[in-house]
Ligand binder design. Sequence first.
Ligand code: ATP
Ligand code: MG
Length: 574
Amino acid sequence: MKTSRFHLATLKETPVDAEIVSHQLMLRAGLIRRLASGIYTWMPLGLRTLRKVEKIVREEMDRAGALEVLMPSIQPAELWQETGRWDQFGPELLRLKDRHQRDFCIGPTHEEVIADIFRREIKSYKQLPITFYQIQTKFRDEIRPRFGIMRAREFIMKDAYSFHVGQESLQQTYDVMYQAYSKIFDRLGLAYRSVTADSGAIGGNSSHEFHVLADSGEDAIAFSNQSQYAANVEMAEAVPGDKTRAKPGAAMKTIDTPGKHTIEEVAKTPGIDIDKCLKTLIAEADDGGLVALVLCGHHELNPLKAEKLEGVASPFKLAERDNINAQLRIDIGSIGPVGLEIKIYVDRSAALVSDFVCGANADGQHYINANWGRDCDEPEVVDIRNVEEGDPSPDGKGRLKILRGIEVGHIFQLGDKYSESMQATVLDENGKEAVTKMGCYGIGITRIVAAAIEQNNDASGIYWPDSLAPFQLVICPINYHKSERVKKAAEDLYQDCLKRGIEVLLDDRPLRPGVMFSDMELIGVSHRIVLSERGLSAKQFEYKGRRDQSASNYELTELPSFLDGLFKRTCKSA
Ligand code: ATP
Ligand code: MG
């Protein structure tokens, strides 16, 4: 490709509304352009990289034995009503009506459609297991679309769905998919981790997420420093550092804490140890009442864990102040477990604190030296907090470290959640109708491009992993339009590269070298060769790899073997 014939649309200024580096660089390098909130066009340069992601994903899905299909984006409401998700999904589901006033939605995911295909097409256990996949556009009306295509409303996903008779078969395919995902992220050249995850609204039991590691990641993931344990912080089991609770000391006492409502404020009271402060959060119960959740002051509540407790409303919701005042006649900031007459759950760590400080259920007062089993009931102990850096690893090996990650893939065992309601059945060995078990496997194709940039950038712009660079090599001739000799040498090299199957860009724009170079570094071309009058006279060319500190000169006679060395691997695998 010649740059003069390509739409290279780089921007000098960093767009003001782009918060994270990948979004800034995608706009500056001209990979994407915004049409509306969370809706983007992929420009020619961006599309080249996107297609490379798709190619790797497609090859590994094919290798794993999955069959490619392409399902519609527009889906009829009836299918979603069968699974109950028409009502459950909420405003992320974009609904529309056709000219006959029939209800449709734009697919945020395709469990219903694939289960419908399955029940019409597949009749016998002999046809199983079977896995279908597609690379297709999804729409989710995200409450906060942000970071460009990282959290978009319209995005491209690879979604795959497998069908089985029996859990064993589902587990086998799940394992094959897990391996295929690992291969995909290895081939993409990204630093990633797989973690055990919550299966969220889609439901089911077993689930893993694949995260590209990056400081800007929306998810926190916990790893053991001594074992393979890795889980999304949402899911990681919190194990207290202490094993036992010390014996109670002095008698419980009331102290005045006027105007102090937060743990930090209370802890400033003379004589109070912050590690002894417990906080009591009030959540909505599923019967309209309230439930108390007691944690150590410095710990963070994990709503996903809390909403699984009996009696707690799901989705989890902290009670409004007015509701608490009306039902308990106490103000937020003075609530504590002593004498509180609602259901109380106590976090494992809080249950191990003796002589604790807590709200006295009277405005402006706290207790000190309160003790479980002495001043109030023995606690009902549960795990309701987020793990923290330094917590013991739940597998008993080592301590947890916390890193940030971008979720790029998610695999689930759905079991019979959709196959049951949609009657996706087959005749089993005994000629009896059997409900199939389903697995589903997603990859954020468009998000991967942003995640790759988040992980691979410097002050000059993007440096792609080899697998994703939109062009492998750029030829920058100096004075292409003035020097016949330079022009001819550049054209010859360009033709040679095309013959070799190298994805090459010839920068034939009449620009100063510095401008050419900074454009090529911004868009992340992996290798650069400069041809100039001076170089040709000395029978030399100049080379710089995108991440090299400086350029070096080589003999022109070595150029063919130099290209062999650079591109042998990439050309073979292309
Ligand atoms: P998230 O927690 O980020 O919203 P999710 O759990 O809703 O993701 P899945 O339903 O598992 O996502 O979808 C599969 C994959 O699709 C995700 O792992 C992610 O890479 C991608 N994805 C999901 N939502 C978006 C979005 N709004 N924009 C871009 N990619 C997305
Ligand atoms: Mg989501």
